[in-house]
Design a protein around this ligand. Structure first.
Ligand code: GRF
Length: 205
């Protein structure tokens, strides 16, 4: 696609999902392009990776800042880069209601569980302790409730008898890297087709 949906990725850590999103164009002609990687952790490895892909980066520590004020700064930066869709990729910070409203219906997240099961942190350890047969990951739209928005893609991973949280996390992560780019691509394609003449102007309002 020539005219791609402009995506801003938000991350706080190692950035392997950001990398999977950035690399997707090697195997497909995605409907999206990543125009910015933004982080609340200036030393995040994901930012280094993003720069290697030629993606612009922005970082500011949230420490000592009010959440709403910090999120306003992030929104300003995303808008400066004319971002149309936000992809959370290991962004380890709750978003303010104002941020979610500003990007209503246009924030995606990848979560390492089969939502609605195991919202929040430490998903793999909790799934193992509960004796589940399957773990997995979900791509969902972000709403004001944590890990609660509509699921748009999911992949199941069989739990093995000898799994540890780490071994399970590694197999689930492979699935995250597979489904997140596909889900973001489908989402952006649908958005582009539905909204094409007005998408940029509407977002600038
Ligand atoms: C992933 O497990 C993702 O599901 C969760 O945070 C982790 C981020 O990993 N939201 P990475 O930074 O993308 O490697």
């Amino acid at each position: 696609m020539a005219d791609k949906v402009r995506v801003g990725v938000m991350l706080s850590g190692r950035g392997s999902n950001m990398q999977a999103l950035a690399q997707y164009k090697r195997i497909a002609d995605p409907a999206f392009e990543i125009v910015l990687a933004a982080s609340n952790v200036p030393e995040a490895r994901g930012l280094v990776l993003a720069r290697r892909f030629g993606i612009k980066t922005w970082a500011m520590s949230h420490v000592g800042r009010d959440r709403a004020e910090f999120d306003r700064l992030v929104t300003d930066e995303l808008r400066r880069h004319e971002v149309e869709v936000v992809a959370l990729a290991g962004y380890m910070r709750l978003l303010s209601p104002d941020f979610i409203r500003a990007w209503q219906g246009r924030i995606l997240n990848i979560h390492p569980s089969l939502l609605p099961a195991y919202k929040g942190l430490d998903t793999h350890r909790r799934a193992l302790l509960a004796g589940e047969d399957y773990a997995g990951c979900s791509v969902h739209l972000v709403t004001e409730e944590l890990d609660d928005g509509p699921v748009i893609a999911q992949s199941r991973v069989k739990i093995r008898g000898r799994d540890t949280p780490e071994s399970l996390a590694a197999r689930v992560l492979e699935e995250e890297h597979r489904i997140y780019p596909q889900a973001l691509d489908s989402f952006c394609r649908a958005l582009w087709e539905a909204d094409q003449p007005t998408i940029s102007s509407a977002l600038k309002k």
